[in-house]
Ligand binder design. Structure first.
Ligand code: PHE
Length: 343
């Protein structure tokens, strides 16, 4: 009959059309259901012939539906598997290293090649490791050179006041820890964060990062100090960078010096980075004071050594021409993403 032809010719374009077909013929209010209802009211005579026809018709509709359903289902899964591998991928954002980390790693690499190992220590220190062992006597004005953040804590038994715990003002404290807990020779650098109570401006911050170095052995001389730091500067800022040493004072070194390099930005022509002098100070250094060696249990008659300390921010400013320290801790992505590198 007409329905048989309709079913046989049925070619849906999509699964929705197939679903409409199912509802029309096979649904609970569909044509087939309806025909079977009518079938109940026929005579037994009619039933014999009609029954067969009706069942065939029902089977036709069902098998048509089943094949088409499978067809659409496999089409969907084919579509999923049908990935075009030549399409460009969806890019994902890769971060960049912080400039201070880049420069710290570069400094570490240079000293590692000279045989220095990396040592670390706590940022909250006691007075002994940050000051006393380093030859800062109590009440010595040199303690004021480093505006210290003290950490309040309950006084221990026998203590008058609980003022001997502070945020370390330099990583020299790690040198003390190293000397106390080992035997010479020592050849190490100490990278780390340090804290000083300063008003925050373009040129000062309440925290910054240092790399300090220590070399202790028999017969270490000031010439070794100069050569090591000279080599370091050539590696970091390029061959031909000039250095000069100026006498200075630190309680823990004697003699002490500050080292300047020829301005990496104007190459000596004069700019505001070097205040038109052609030179910029990058570190403090000196021969470890024998008192410090003795304090740390090292035989000061047998051993000598040098130490130096630099601020990573200053080194970075000179490398990348950054004029405001605050940029390092503001997390401004426009600043940070300029330092994309493979490292
Ligand atoms: N600890 C000194 C500072 O923080 C730097 C320094 C280290 C100087 C070692 C000399 C020797 O200023």
């Amino acid at each position: 009959n007409q329905y048989t032809t309709e079913i046989e010719a049925f070619a849906p374009a999509n699964a929705d059309e197939l679903e409409a077909f199912r509802i029309k013929f096979l649904g609970t209010k569909g044509i087939i259901k309806d025909l079977f209802e009518q079938f109940k009211n026929t005579t037994p005579e009619e039933k014999r012939t009609l029954g067969k026809v009706l069942n065939q018709f029902k089977q036709l509709a069902e098998s048509k539906y089943q094949t088409l359903k499978e067809h659409f289902e496999s089409a969907v899964s084919n579509q999923k598997a049908d990935i075009d591998l030549t399409l460009p991928g969806e890019g994902f954002a890769v971060g960049s290293r912080h400039p201070l980390s880049l420069v710290r790693n570069e400094i570490i690499d240079i000293f590692k090649r000279l045989g220095f190992v990396v040592a670390e220590g706590p940022e909250i220190e006691d007075d002994w490791h940050n000051f006393s062992a380093l030859n800062f006597p109590p009440e010595h004005p040199a303690r004021d050179m480093q505006d210290t953040f003290f950490v309040s804590h309950p006084a221990k038994e026998g203590e008058d006041e609980a003022s001997n715990i502070a945020l370390r003002t330099h990583t020299s404290s790690v040198q003390v820890r190293m000397m106390e807990s080992g035997k010479p020779p020592f050849r190490a650098i100490m990278p780390g964060r340090v804290y000083r109570n300063e008003a925050i401006s373009a040129r000062a911050h309440c925290f910054f990062h240092q790399v300090e170095g220590l070399y202790i052995d028999e017969n270490v001389s000031f010439a070794d100090l100069k050569q090591t730091l000279y080599h370091f500067v050539q590696e970091l800022y390029g061959e031909g960078t000039q250095v000069r040493f100026r006498p200075s004072y630190f309680p823990f070194t004697e003699p002490s010096a500050e080292m300047d390099i020829s301005c990496t930005i104007c190459k000596g022509a004069g700019c505001n980075m070097c205040k038109y002098t052609g030179w910029v100070e990058i570190l403090g250094c000196g021969m470890v004071d024998p008192n410090v060696l003795t304090n740390c249990g090292i035989d000061a008659d047998k051993y000598t050594g040098f130490a130096f300390g630099m601020g990573i921010e200053r080194i970075t400013n000179l490398k990348y021409v950054i004029r405001d320290l605050r940029l390092f801790s503001e997390n401004d992505v426009r600043f940070l993403k300029q330092f994309k590198t493979d490292i």
